[in-house]
Design a protein around this ligand. Sequence first.
Ligand code: ADP
Ligand code: MG
Ligand code: ZN
Length: 195
Amino acid sequence: MDRRDDQGWVEVICGPMFSGKSEELIRRITRYHIARVPTQTFKPLIDDRYSDDHVVSHSSLTTAAEPVGDSGELLRRVRGQTVVVGIDEGQFFDQGLVAVVEQLAASGKKVIVAGLDLDYLGRSFEPIPSLMTRAEYVTKSLAVCHRCGGAGMFTQRVIASDELVVLGAEGAYEARCRRCYDPTEGQQETFGLAR
Ligand code: ADP
Ligand code: MG
Ligand code: ZN
C-alpha cells in the first residue's frame, strides 16, 4: 500500500468572489464521495445564503455542509472516521482555524479550505493568507472581470456600505481585474464625494 494514503495535508482554494472556489471545493469533495472516502464539509453559520445545510456555488452545484459557529465547534464536530474535511468561506472563521486545520492534517486528514484571500478593500482576509503558508497545495482561482472580461483577482463592492461583511446582497459585488478594481468606488457614495 502507498504509504501516503493515510497522510494528512492541507489544500487551500483562494481567489475573489465568482472565481469558482465553491465549485472547485464541491468538485473535489464529490470525487471523494464517488470513491467512498468519508468526508465532512463545514461552513460558517454566518453564511446562510441559499441553504443552511449545503454549500451552493453561483452555478448551483451543491454538497451537504454542516454550519458551525467557530473553529472550535468545527474541530469538535469532525468524526474520527472522517478522512476528508471540506471548509467553505474560510475567511469568515476566526484565526483559530489555522491551528485547527493543522491539527486535523497532523492526525491524518486531508483538509480542503476555500475562501477569499482579499477583502473588498483589497486587504489580506485572514485566516486565508495564514492558511496558505501552512498548505501543501494552494490553488488561486480567478474570475472574469465583470467590466472588461480580464483576469478578475479582486472583489469589488458596488453598493455603499462600510461593513466588512455584506452577505448575499444581490448585485453587491463584482469580480474586477487589476485595472478595473477601484476600492473607493462604493465609498464615494457613502461619503457623498463628487467624482
Ligand atoms: P466562488 O465560490 O469563488 O464565489 P462559485 O463557485 O460559487 O464562486 O461560482 C462560480 C461560477 O459563478 C462560475 O462557474 C460561473 O458560472 C459563475 N460566474 C458568475 N459571474 C462570474 C464571473 N464574473 N467570473 C466567473 N464566473 C462567474
Ligand atoms: Mg463560494
Ligand atoms: Zn477589468
